[in-house]
Design a protein around this ligand. Structure first.
Ligand SMILES: [Zn+2]
Length: 652
């Protein structure tokens, strides 16, 4: 038996001529009147994320999709699908178009179509056309972020597994990016009798990352290759010479035009997503004055003013703090001060304030998330606990924004406590799945976290590559977090000894620090670690000691510990008692900071302040699996950098 899985690439060829999803998103952007600086930028936001924002603003996205995706005539691959269905075998497609249905009707083949909400167990003798994302003639198709975040219902995944089990399977023109289908499909593909995945050469990397070692047939025209396969499998009998000829023609991309009315508020929200806060506030303000949806505009303007410091902020914050201090179980003032707290108060006092808010309502998702976010820089173990709670809730409630933020917090905090493997898993979910569904900044954080995890496992090449991707997306989105990505790249290039790349990253980061308004202290300290390490490398030990001393009083756990670890190294190279490394070990133990524990033991062992055996024993049982270098023995094998003896500290 056979089974087919069709993606958008199956409906491209004439006479179908249906568009891919990305041109569709570009048409929506064009209608919105938002000019994106870089073409590059656009693909960082999945079409589903834009559709979700449009739907949230009252745009009838189903109508837009019907007008842009409808039309066309069945092509050769649709006819092949009908042959499979005629034999009672299954066809799965994420496409919304109804060209397979049309081809079946024209061939007089009766099929059983399964749509969301149907009983997926259907076991009649007809061939089943399974459309997990719905179909254009239905009222709703599943195309918004919140529709596709959670895996398909179990009954559907069981059907998928049964449909593909021991079948000769072809996957055609499907990029495999759908989060809801991916895990189930990857599992189902493991028990096929034969599998050929027809894709484009550019699909290779993402497909291997998502599905492991599947057999890929890569070409510029996967649809033509799939027709050859169908012929060999004797499934192409219904394909007329005319249809075969049309499949051989070049793809003509249809001109797409969206039709919704773009309003100010909608434009402001999308601009805000891409990090252009000032421009967005101008639009919010005019939406507040001129409509539409003045209340929503007022809320957006309030958050923006609380974050960026509107003139009315000080009295409002004072009043909210007073209200929060009252012995009342009244959660509203706690919620209203979140945007101010999150962006303007240092992590430790912020965490204290938010833990008090949690005592009022420990279930309020916005407050739990803000608390997890505050905890990640000072109490990572607490952050892991809270972020898991929000992540599960956001997934169940299908909220892409909070889901992405919780996943970022979780990855970050897991990395700090030293569970890099789990951190990496969360990071790749963020970069590849939740981020694109939530907005470009979250995709960039996914790359940042992937890069940081890679560096901590010793894979510096991948670390640098992911940091550059993060910097690129942050920059394109006009986000201040480009600074963090350049500092990450800087730390990695210190370890891999790529001097020109290190210098470039340093220049970029310094320039961004100059312009910073929010988070100044945090940013300065992140860069100070790099400057101190550089001073130590160049033998300017007094300068290094002064900088590390300043860092050892940082309110941020990582910077404080890197300061102590650096001071310990200065003491070691001067033959002094490495008391700072002892303090680093104590504090890392107390606050669960894996990197700090391991590297404090390395310094203490190398300095002879702890026996090498004791250091080895502690490192061996630590949650943080420190990467080892092949060209050094003993404790030196845990040291990164061109010269192991210098014990470079690389914690992006
Ligand atoms: Zn049936």
């Amino acid at each position: 038996m056979h089974a087919l899985v069709y993606g958008a690439g199956a409906s491209l060829a004439a006479p179908a001529g249906r568009p891919l999803f990305f041109p569709l998103r570009d048409a929506l952007f064009a209608q919105l009147g938002v000019a994106l600086d870089a073409e590059e930028l656009a693909w960082r936001m999945a079409p589903e994320a834009l559709l979700s924002r449009l739907a949230g603003a009252g745009v009838d996205v189903d109508r837009e999709l019907r007008s842009m995706l409808g039309g066309g005539r069945p092509n050769a691959l649709h006819v092949v699908a009908v042959e499979v269905l005629r034999r009672g075998d299954p066809v799965w497609t994420t496409n919304f178009d109804e060209l397979i249905e049309t081809a079946a009707t024209e061939a007089g083949v009766e099929i059983h179509r399964l749509l969301p909400g149907d009983d997926a167990a259907g076991t009649c003798a007809l061939g089943h056309l399974v459309k997990p994302h719905g179909t254009l003639s239905d009222e709703h198709v599943l195309a918004r972020s919140e529709d596709v975040l959670a895996p398909l219902p179990d009954a559907w995944l069981e059907r998928l597994a049964a449909d593909l089990d021991q079948a000769r399977v072809a996957v055609v023109g499907y990029a495999g990016a759908d989060v809801d289908l991916r895990t189930g499909l990857a599992a189902a593909l493991r028990t096929t009798a034969a599998l050929t995945w027809f894709g484009r050469p550019s699909d290779e990397g993402p497909l291997h990352e998502r599905f492991g070692a599947v057999d890929l047939a890569l070409s510029e025209r996967p649809d033509r290759a799939a027709l050859e396969w169908a012929r060999a499998e004797r499934l192409a009998g219904g394909v007329t010479p005319e249809l075969a000829d049309q499949l051989a023609e070049e793809i003509q991309h249809p001109a797409l035009q969206a039709t919704f009315d773009a309003d100010r508020l909608l434009r402001a929200r999308v601009i805000d997503d891409f990090g252009r806060a000032l421009e967005a506030r101008r639009e919010y303000r005019s939406a507040l004055l001129l409509g539409p949806r003045r209340r929503t505009a007022a809320r957006a303007l309030y958050s923006s003013g609380m974050i960026h410091g509107a003139p009315w902020r000080p009295p409002v914050v004072t009043a909210l703090n007073l209200a929060c201090a009252l012995p009342l179980r009244w959660i509203t003032p706690h919620r209203l001060r979140l945007p101010y707290l999150t962006w303007n108060v240092e992590a430790r006092p912020r965490l204290r304030a938010l833990e008090r808010s949690l005592e009022i309502d420990g279930e309020d998702p916005a407050i739990v998330l803000a608390t997890a976010n505050a905890a990640k820089e000072v109490d990572p173990a607490r952050a892991v606990e809270l972020a898991r709670q929000v992540q599960a809730g956001a997934l169940a409630a299908e909220q892409p924004g909070p889901l992405a933020w919780a996943t970022f917090t979780l990855s970050f905090a897991l990395r700090w406590i030293g569970d890099v493997e789990q951190a990496r898993d969360q990071a790749s979910r963020l970069a590849d799945s939740y981020g694109p569904l939530a907005g470009p900044t979250w995709t960039a954080w996914g790359h940042f976290e992937s890069g940081a995890s890679a560096a901590l496992t010793g894979d510096l090449d991948r670390g640098a590559e992911q940091m550059l991707l993060a910097a690129e997306v942050f920059t394109a989105a006009g986000s201040m977090f480009a600074f963090d990505a350049w500092c990450g790249a800087l730390a990695i290039h210190r370890a891999d000894g790529d001097e020109p790349a290190r210098q470039k990253a340093y220049d970029k980061a310094s320039a961004l620090l100059q312009d910073a308004a929010l988070r100044r202290r945090f940013m300065r300290e992140v860069l100070l670690v790099e400057e101190a390490e550089l001073a130590r490398e160049q033998g300017r030990l007094d300068a290094a000691r002064d900088m590390y001393s300043e860092l050892s009083a940082s309110p941020t756990l990582a910077q404080q510990l890197l300061g102590l670890l650096g001071l310990g190294e200065v003491q070691r190279s001067r033959g002094e008692e490495p008391s700072a490394a002892r303090e680093a070990l104590r504090l890392s133990d107390e606050r669960s900071f894996g990197f700090g524990r391991v590297h404090a033991c390395v310094t203490l062992g190398l300095a002879g302040a702890m026996s090498a055996d004791e250091a080895e024993r502690r490192i061996a049982v630590d949650d943080f699996r420190a990467p080892e270098r092949p060209d050094a023995d003993g404790l030196l094998r845990f040291c990164q950098g061109t010269d192991a003896a210098r014990h470079v500290l690389c914690f992006p």
